[in-house]
Design a binder for this molecule. Structure first.
Ligand SMILES: [Zn+2]
Length: 223
């Protein structure tokens, strides 16, 4: 258990104790029951500060590519979420975050040149673990033939034979657990907790996402 999850558990316990103290005070208010509430409040506030600090330390770098739909095209709302699907780009891996960003912008341009709306994936993760925001996750993506609605696309640079890094797996794990929080801008805030995470080749015959699949389907706990 990580320090963060221990403190999250502690925070839940302390909130319950505070609620119980308030109930006792309402039933039978005394100076002592008032004092217990104040103590409990302080303990909750302390745990909240610890959790908040660890949450921040734990958070990967997040870069909004700030891509826009092609002139004259429009995005549609995502609808009920049903799955997350992992991909590779079938191109080179990124050696630096600068290269990762350049590759992603290149794919966005190439997709628009084909008449598509914009980069089809909501999220990309660099080998250094940086999370890139592509197409808004609250809009329908374009990454699996005929299976895009309610399906959030994540991509890593690389192709068959390439393997994910530990940083990539860590950031995927973080993203799946925290995409609903205000760590992300509103257009990418989606609750991915509890959704099945599939590889592209679970939907159709394709080599994608190659050796990245284990990382995706294990939700970043293996690679
Ligand atoms: Zn794919």
């Amino acid at each position: 258990m990580s320090v963060l999850s221990r403190w999250k558990a502690r925070l839940r316990v302390r909130r319950n104790l505070l609620r119980a103290a308030r109930r006792r005070h309402e039933a039978n208010p005394t100076p002592e029951s008032r004092r217990v509430i104040d103590d409990r409040k302080e303990q909750v506030a302390y745990a909240e500060r610890v959790v908040e600090r660890h949450d921040r330390d734990d958070r990967p770098r997040i870069v909004n590519l700030d891509l826009k739909p092609r002139e004259g095209s429009q995005l549609s709302p995502q609808g009920t979420l049903r799955a997350v699907t992992g991909h590779y780009t079938a191109g080179p891996v990124d050696q630096t975050d600068e290269q990762c960003e350049a590759l992603l912008r290149g794919y966005d341009r190439a997709h628009k040149a084909k008449g598509w709306t914009m980069l089809g994936y909501a999220f990309a993760i660099s080998r250094a673990g940086t999370i890139y925001l592509g197409r808004p996750a609250t809009a329908i993506g374009a990454h699996v033939l005929n299976q895009n609605s309610g399906n959030v696309g994540i991509v890593c640079n690389g192709t068959t034979g390439d393997r994910p890094t530990a940083a990539q797996a860590r950031s995927l794990r973080w993203l799946l657990a925290n995409a609903h929080t205000d760590a992300l801008p509103k257009a990418w805030r989606v609750d991915l907790r509890g959704l099945p995470v599939k590889g592209h080749n679970d939907w159709m015959a394709t080599a994608c996402p190659g050796s990245f699949k284990r990382m995706y389907t294990s939700k970043g706990t293996k690679r």
